[in-house]
Design a protein around this ligand. Structure first.
Ligand SMILES: [Zn+2]
Length: 202
C-alpha cells in the first residue's frame, strides 16, 4: 500500500490516485442519478456530436492553465499537476456516457456540489494532503466555469435544475484561487519537512 499521506510521496503516484478516485466517484454519481431520479428529471440530452471535441478542448485548455498556475508556484515537482488538473477538469463529463449510449438520465448528474463535497471528503480522508484537495476543487470549479446551461447542484439528493451561467464567474475565480493555493500549500509543507529533516540530521 502506497502511503499517500506525505508530501514526499511521488507527485505522479498522488496524481494517478486522485484521478482514479475522481473518475470512479463521477461514475458512482452517474449511477446514483439514474437510480434515484424521477423519470420527469431524466431529460439529459446529448450535445450535437460536432461540438463535443471543441467543448472538451475548451475544458482541457482551462484545466491546463489552472495546472500550469499551480506548477509555477510548486516548482518542477508540480509537473504532474499540468496533467492532473486538465484530466480532472475534462473527466467530469464522463457523466454524459449513459445519454450517449441512449439511456435516459438526468442532466449532468455529477456536475453537482454534492459530488464536489464527496470528492473533497474522499480525497481528504484517503490522501490527507491539502494541496490535492485544492486541485480537486480547482478542477471541479474550472469545469463549471466553462460549461453553460442547466445543472442540478444537489444531485442526487434533489434533481431541481438551475441555470449555471450566472455562477460561472464565481466558479472561474474559485478555480484560479484554488489552483494558486494548491501551489502555496505544497511549497509550505515541503519547506516545513525539509527544515524538520535538517534539524534531525544536524
Ligand atoms: Zn460538463
Amino acid at each position: 500500500m502506497v502511503d499517500f499521506n506525505t508530501y514526499r510521496t511521488s507527485g505522479w503516484k498522488r496524481a494517478g490516485y486522485v484521478a482514479v478516485l475522481y473518475v470512479l466517484l463521477a461514475l458512482m454519481f452517474t449511477g446514483l442519478g439514474m437510480l434515484l431520479a424521477p423519470p420527469s428529471a431524466e431529460v439529459g440530452g446529448t450535445r450535437p456530436g460536432a461540438t463535443i471535441p471543441d467543448h472538451l478542448l475548451e475544458l482541457g485548455a482551462f484545466g491546463l492553465i489552472l495546472g500550469a498556475g499551480s506548477m509555477v508556484i510548486y516548482g518542477r515537482e508540480g509537473l504532474p499537476l499540468v496533467f492532473l488538473t486538465p484530466a480532472l477538469t475534462v473527466s467530469l463529463d464522463i457523466d454524459h456516457i449513459p445519454a450517449y449510449l441512449g439511456y435516459a438520465e438526468t442532466i449532468r448528474p455529477a456536475h453537482s456540489l454534492v459530488f464536489a463535497l464527496a470528492a473533497l471528503a474522499v480525497t481528504a480522508i484517503t490522501i490527507k494532503a491539502v494541496d490535492m484537495e485544492l486541485v480537486v476543487a480547482s478542477a471541479f470549479m474550472g469545469h463549471m466555469a466553462v460549461d453553460t446551461g442547466l445543472f442540478a447542484p444537489f444531485s442526487p439528493l434533489t434533481f431541481q435544475y438551475f441555470q449555471l451561467d450566472p455562477y460561472r464567474p464565481v466558479f472561474a475565480l474559485g478555480a484560479v484561487i484554488c489552483a494558486v493555493a494548491a501551489g502555496v500549500v505544497f511549497r509550505m509543507r515541503r519547506s516545513e519537512l525539509d527544515s524538520g529533516g535538517g534539524r534531525r540530521i544536524g
